[in-house]
Design a protein around this ligand. Structure first.
Ligand code: CDP
Ligand code: MG
Length: 666
């Protein structure tokens, strides 16, 4: 670390001295010095996230390496870093910075670094002992995000083996885990019985009222949105002064702006506001009882964003937000029966409800081959681990022995779903990455198409979007994304172009930046000597779609009757093309298609669709069924000998020869 004078932190914003954590500054500084692992808990708003890193900085930890703080959510990492840089009187990105996927706001000077847990996971991949850091703080551990859970397991494994832990480090790494009170005992036991430091709370009573608007049978999202708006307005007209926090499932808005005097602020938020962010002045809570959650849907065999009832512990967290500065009230728009029958006790950890592909691949690249016996805080069901192994095998990221392939090592570098990465690398090996990079970027940002509420405007927007689709030549949703990207990029006035075409300029701007970053990763990998290259003689449209097939053959569907398609992945789900697709209403002309994702409502819809020819997936489809997950996972347990593997390889070669299938590029 470069030499520099310790800068003055005396000018802390004065309010920070009033936070409950301030009384315990010296004790906390000492506790981190004395322990490898420390669990810290305390009410939301007590100052854990903003203050502890500063205390550790003041205690001089920075001289041995960065102080890293992870957050499960991007927005929390960014806003907290902004806040702390103000408190420390430095510009953001200097001593205090943040890093989230596709947005690195740090410099050589950064010693207090806020980041998403996904970013730290990537760093640990390149540097298992995190030699750049003196302390890492895993914040919001109670949220049990997939990445935080994995980091916990990895750090436990590393620090509990002294050989591994000290390799490449001058002083031992310190790990602080911060969590809401509920999970602390479990965390402490998991981390070998480490001490738990509780910051005494300072909260006011909150009274909670149920309503009968939502009963156990109401799960349609339109019902609760209407009710939430009604209750919020009631509170506004009949309750005393005090701001309102409304928990819905939509995007958070400008929540930190103070309202003008005499005006009541009404904040609409997702469950992010339950713990990650503190908003001052909130006295009333309106709780919809729902949350948007990524769940593994076993009906269709994929991860899907779903609106589901929150857990009881989440409901208590939400109510607690009203009692920060004075006594508060919480209005629940659901009935006691809904609470009893529909709401689980605790939120199921992400690791137990989503697909594990990215994590399993990361673990394997880290040298954790036995992914079944890895120390998980809560073990995912074995069938989900097997499912992940199967998907990784299908995209050639691991071989039949469960070992990472050359391709897998390249794939892990990309912060994208494995199928998309596979398609991108295929394109790169055929020299047509320019077609796939923009598409991958567009699929990584929020929806770019604007559909206004006004019916007339809606018609106009649909017309404009259709025109973009037609101009794209071969008409499918992937080329549509490519065309929007290229057209806007080529335009002299991109923001005006977006407005004219009902496209979100902000989303498209992030897509431009994502594309650049993906391109940089790819360029770095292509410089390596053994990056595979191949030739292709065919037309560009076919080339593009064939590349997509290598990654998306797992998402292939064939039209059965009318507008109904049937997926080929063994689930045999009956699906419809989503109305937002350029191919909607043209089903009659289609036979085989691939798709990016599914949307499950009363029907199952496929979104971002592309017609393909059976020929292009013919050789890949057997991979959907021929996988023997037992073999994959028993190798993962390292119980299979080399001779047995050699036997499979011979079997496999023989099979390929009889089928006459072409060798894959990788
Ligand atoms: O992490 P914990 O919930 O214990 O508290 P914190 O996030 O460190 O918040 C401490 C104080 O800083 C609260 O009063 C917040 O309102 C304030 N804060 C803020 O004003 N702006 C932010 N972006 C983050 C925190
Ligand atoms: Mg916090």
């Amino acid at each position: 670390m470069s030499k520099r004078t310790k800068w003055d932190t005396k000018g802390d914003l004065d309010e920070s001295k009033n936070l409950p954590i301030y009384q315990h500054k010296a004790t906390l500084q000492q506790a981190v010095k004395d322990n490898s692992f420390l669990v810290v808990t305390g009410e939301t708003g007590s100052g854990k996230t903003t203050q502890l890193p500063q205390y550790l900085h003041q205690a001089g930890f920075w001289s041995n390496g960065k102080i890293g703080i992870t957050q499960p959510r991007r927005v929390a990492a960014i806003t907290v870093a902004q806040r702390v840089s103000q408190e420390m009187h430095c510009s953001l990105g200097r001593e205090v910075g943040y890093q989230v996927r596709f947005d690195d706001c740090t410099t050589q000077d950064t010693v207090v670094k806020y980041m998403t847990d996904g970013c730290l996971l990537r760093e640990i991949l390149a540097d298992p002992v995190l030699s750049q850091y003196s302390v890492v703080i895993l914040d919001e551990a109670h949220e049990r995000s997939l990445n935080t859970d994995i980091l916990l397991g990895l750090l436990k494994q590393t620090l509990s083996s002294p050989d591994k832990a000290s390799k490449g480090r001058s002083v031992p790494l310190k790990v602080v885990v911060m969590s809401a009170t509920l999970e602390t005992d479990k965390l402490s036991v998991f981390l070998g019985g480490c001490p738990v430091f509780t910051i005494p709370g300072r909260t006011f009573p909150v009274t909670s009222k149920f309503s009968c608007a939502i009963g156990p049978k109401d799960t349609e999202s339109s019902v609760y949105i209407k009710e939430v708006v009604k209750v919020a307005l009631d509170v506004h007209t009949s309750e005393m002064a005090g701001d309102i926090l409304v928990f819905l499932t939509d995007q958070q808005k400008q929540i930190f702006q103070p309202p003008p005097p005499g005006i009541r602020k009404c904040v609409v938020a997702t469950n992010i506001a339950a713990t990650s962010l503190t908003i001052n002045g909130i006295k009333y809570i309106v709780d919809s009882g729902f949350v948007k959650q990524l769940n593994h849907n076993s009906r269709v065999g994929m991860d899907i964003l779903e609106v589901v009832p929150i857990s009881k512990s989440e409901a208590l967290q939400r109510a607690g937000r009203a009692g920060r500065t004075s006594a508060g009230k919480c209005f629940r728009i659901y009935s006691p029966a809904f609470w009893e029958k529909c709401m689980p006790e605790y939120t199921v950890p992400e690791i137990q409800r989503t697909s594990l592909t990215a994590v399993i691949l990361t673990l394997k690249c880290l040298g954790v081959h036995d992914v079944i016996r890895f120390p998980y805080l809560d073990r995912p069901e074995e069938r989900f681990i097997l499912e992940a192994l199967k998907q990784l095998y299908q995209c050639d990221a691991i071989d039949r022995r469960g070992k990472v392939t050359r391709l897998g090592e390249l794939m892990v570098e990309f912060p994208l779903p494995p199928g998309l990465t596979r398609a991108l690398l295929q394109a790169a090996s055929l020299g047509c990455e320019d077609l796939l990079l923009p598409v991958a970027a567009m699929l990584s940002v929020e929806n770019i198409f604007i559909r206004p509420g006004h019916p007339e405007k809606q018609k106009e927007a649909d017309k404009k979007h259709r025109q973009l689709g037609v101009q794209a030549g071969s008409c499918n949703d992937f080329t549509m994304l490519l065309s929007v990207f290229e057209k806007c990029k080529a335009s002299d006035a991109p923001s005006a172009w977006c407005k004219d075409n009902y496209i979100h300029w902000r989303a498209l701007k992030s897509a431009f930046s994502v594309e650049t970053q993906l391109r940089e990763i790819l360029l770095r990998l292509q410089k390596k000597r053994d990056f595979p290259m191949e030739k292709f003689d065919g037309n560009k449209s076919e080339l593009f779609r064939r590349c997509l097939c290598t990654g998306y053959f797992t998402n292939v569907a064939r039209r059965s009757v009318g507008k109904v398609f049937c997926t080929m992945d063994g689930h045999g789900s009956m699906v419809h093309i989503h109305p937002s697709s350029t191919l909607f209403d043209q089903e009659a002309q289609l036979d085989w298609v691939i798709f990016h994702d599914l949307l499950v409502t009363s029907r199952i819809y496929i979104r971002t669709v592309c017609p393909i020819r059976y020929d292009w997936v013919k050789d890949l489809l057997p991979k959907l069924h021929e996988v023997d997950v037992y073999e994959l996972s028993s190798v993962a347990r390292e119980e299979v000998t080399d001779e047995e593997v050699a036997k499979w390889m011979t079997k496999e070669t023989a099979k390929r020869q009889t089928e006459g299938s072409a060798e894959a590029v990788f």
